[in-house]
Structures are given as structure tokens and as C-alpha cells.
Ligand binder design. Structure first.
Ligand code: GDP
Length: 334
């Protein structure tokens, strides 16, 4: 049974979803994301229709990944950064926060903690936690579609917050333009579980909690990481990832972090890297949709359902599933 099967059905009509999302109506946007995240078979067609309809209105937002181990300060920093954008810069900000639900218990590592308390109540912000449900170790199965919905709703920036556990970084990098890695001062790399490969993927590094007694340690960590970054081969567009210090507590370094994001974006626009990255991402997305579609078609096929895989003589299965891969648009780069 899908996790939401016991909830009352409160689906809107597809035109109502489209209209609400396009008008930037946050409650409808939240419900639209629920629809595309749904694993119910009867939600697949309306979800695909909704995505088809909004696709021409997507692609314009900055897509920013914020990652780091639990406790690195991701939510607190996104709250501060989001407030800076909304209040000081008059922008509209969406946050897709991936809740690393345990696939075993179905519970959440984060418990009942209130996340992004200031930003969540801002009229020009949208904060949405989504369960990862064990998919790719920290990215929700439908995060990419949720990004598109936020873009269609007119948000200027979409943050995707993930927990740094390895594979999720690769997945989230495949959906964003800029990858910000948060690091704690004073903890060794092993301690933080940050692998060299992840540091290498980062477009921007920020040493968090650079305040109070931790200020000096943060400055030292910054120097160490800045030195280490020179050892990596240069990015294709010669972007050299800056290492910053930030404090979400007193706000120090927060505007600088945003300036670094904008500089990275300007550089990758000028070099064509952003478009190239999005093209690659569109291909990867299509591939993923095909894989998901094939898997679903396979498991729903009555011929497959009837097979007893435990029988020793079942080795080769011949079936022809009717494949529906949903709203894949192979021409569009969004
Ligand atoms: P996340 O798990 O990466 O999202 O981390 P949180 O944002 O929940 O922060 C973990 C803990 O660090 C919380 O107790 C925060 O209050 C604290 N924290 C976060 N940012 C800062 C900061 O800039 N300075 C200080 N001193 N504490 C912080």
C-alpha cells in the first residue's frame, strides 16, 4: 500500500493545479508537489498532464544545492540566506528540503525539529520538506519535478537541501546549477563523512558556524580548504571554487555567500557551462524516467505478477510491457 493510501483523497482537477501553480499560490503548489510525488497508479496520468502543461514555464530559476552532514547548519543557513534574498533583495525563494526518512522505520532523523522557522512564514518563500524514502540516499524521487513546479510558480531561486551521505550529492548535482558544500570547522574530513570526491564536486565551500569561540577555527579551516582546493584539477570553465566562512547566527558571510553564487552563475552563463550542464541533466533525467517507467510497467504486468521467481526453472522471462514514461520531453532543456 502506498504511504498516502489512507489519507482522504483531496485531489484538484488538473486545470486547477495548473492555474494555482502559475499564479504562485503556495498551497496549490504544495498539493501539486504531493501529486507528482504520489506513488498511486491513478495519480500518474494527472501528474504527467500537469508537468506537460507547466514545462514551457520552467527553466528560469537559479537551482542551488546546499549539502552537508547532519548538523552542519544547512537549514539554519538556508533560513538566513533565504531571509537575505526575500527581505534585502525582494526575491521569491523556494526550498525543497529533503527529509532523510529512514527506509527502515519510516521515521525522520530530524524528528519534530522546526526547520527554517523565519523563512517558512514569509509570503515570498515556500518551504517544502519531502521524504527521501530511501531513494538515492537523500534525494526524493521527484525532486526534479518539484523544482520545475517551483519554477512554474515564479520562484527566482530554488534551494535543494540534502544530507551529505555520498550518493545524494551526485543525484542533486544532476538537478542543480550550483553545488554549495557546507563544512564544519574543527572536524576532520573523515569525521564529517565528507569524501574527497564530494569536495571536488563543490562549486562553493562554506565553513559554517564561524562565530563566537568557533570563529578562529573556522578561519583556519578556510585557509586549509582553500589550499587543498588548488590541488584539484581545474573545472572545465576554470571556475575556482571559493571557500568562505559563514555564520547563520550573526549573519556574517551570508551576503558574501550569495555574491559567490551569483558570480558562479555569471561565469557559467558566460562560458556556456550552465546550458551544457542542463543539457546533460535533461538526458540523465530522461534516462531515469525510462528506468522508472520500465520498472513500473514490469511490476504491474499481470504476466510478471503470475511468475513464481522461486521456481528453479524460471530463468528467462519474455514479456512486452506497455511502457509509459510519463512527461519526458526529450527536446526541452529546462
Ligand atoms: P542541519 O542538520 O545541517 O540542517 O543543521 P541545523 O541547521 O539544524 O543546525 C544544527 C545546529 O547548529 C543547530 O543547533 C543550530 O542552532 C546550530 N547552528 C546552525 N548554524 C549556526 C551558526 O551559524 N552558528 C552557531 N553558533 N550555531 C549554528
Amino acid at each position: 500500500m502506498p504511504p498516502d493510501a489512507r489519507l482522504p483523497r483531496t485531489r484538484l482537477s488538473v486545470p486547477a493545479y495548473i492555474d494555482g501553480v502559475r499564479r504562485g499560490h503556495r498551497a496549490t503548489l504544495a498539493r501539486a508537489i504531493t501529486l507528482v510525488e504520489s506513488e498511486r497508479a491513478d495519480d500518474a496520468a494527472p501528474a504527467a498532464d500537469l508537468l506537460d502543461a507547466i514545462l514551457p514555464h520552467t527553466g528560469r530559476a537559479r537551482r542551488i544545492a546546499i549539502t552537508g552532514v547532519p548538523g552542519a547548519g544547512k537549514s539554519t543557513l538556508i533560513d538566513a540566506l533565504g531571509m537575505h534574498l526575500v527581505r534585502d533583495r525582494g526575491e521569491r525563494v523556494a526550498v525543497l528540503s529533503i527529509d532523510p526518512s529512514s527506509p527502515v522505520s519510516g521515521g525522520s532523523l530530524l524528528g519534530d525539529k522546526t526547520r527554517m522557522a523565519r523563512l517558512a512564514v514569509e509570503a515570498n518563500a515556500f518551504v517544502r520538506p519531502s521524504p527521501a524514502r530511501g531513494h538515492l540516499g537523500g534525494v526524493a524521487p521527484r525532486t526534479r519535478e518539484a523544482i520545475l513546479l517551483c519554477e512554474a510558480a515564479g520562484f527566482d531561486t530554488v534551494f535543494v537541501e540534502t544530507v551529505g551521505v555520498g550518493q545524494s550529492e551526485i543525484a542533486v548535482r544532476q538537478m542543480t546549477d550550483c553545488f554549495v558544500l557546507l563544512l564544519l570547522a574543527g572536524a576532520g574530513d573523515e569525521l564529517q563523512g565528507v569524501k574527497r570526491g564530494i569536495v571536488e564536486m563543490a562549486d562553493i565551500l562554506a565553513i559554517t558556524k564561524a562565530d563566537g569561540a568557533n570563529r578562529e577555527a573556522a578561519a583556519r579551516a578556510r585557509t586549509a580548504y582553500a589550499g587543498a582546493m588548488h590541488l584539484f584539477p581545474p573545472a572545465p570553465d576554470r571556475w575556482s571554487p571559493p571557500v568562505l566562512t559563514t555564520s547563520a547566527l550573526d549573519g556574517a558571510g551570508v551576503p558574501e555567500l550569495w555574491a559567490a553564487v551569483l558570480a558562479h552563475q555569471a561565469g557559467s552563463d558566460a562560458s556556456g557551462q550552465r546550458l551544457a550542464r542542463r543539457r546533460e541533466q535533461a538526458v540523465a533525467w530522461l534516462r531515469e524516467l525510462v528506468t522508472i517507467g520500465l520498472g513500473r510497467a514490469l511490476t504491474r504486468d499481470p504476466a510478471v505478477a503470475d511468475i513464481n521467481f522461486d521456481r528453479p526453472d524460471v530463468s528467462v522471462v519474455q514479456i512486452e510491457p506497455a511502457v509509459d514514461v510519463g512527461a519526458a520531453d526529450d527536446n526541452a532543456v529546462r
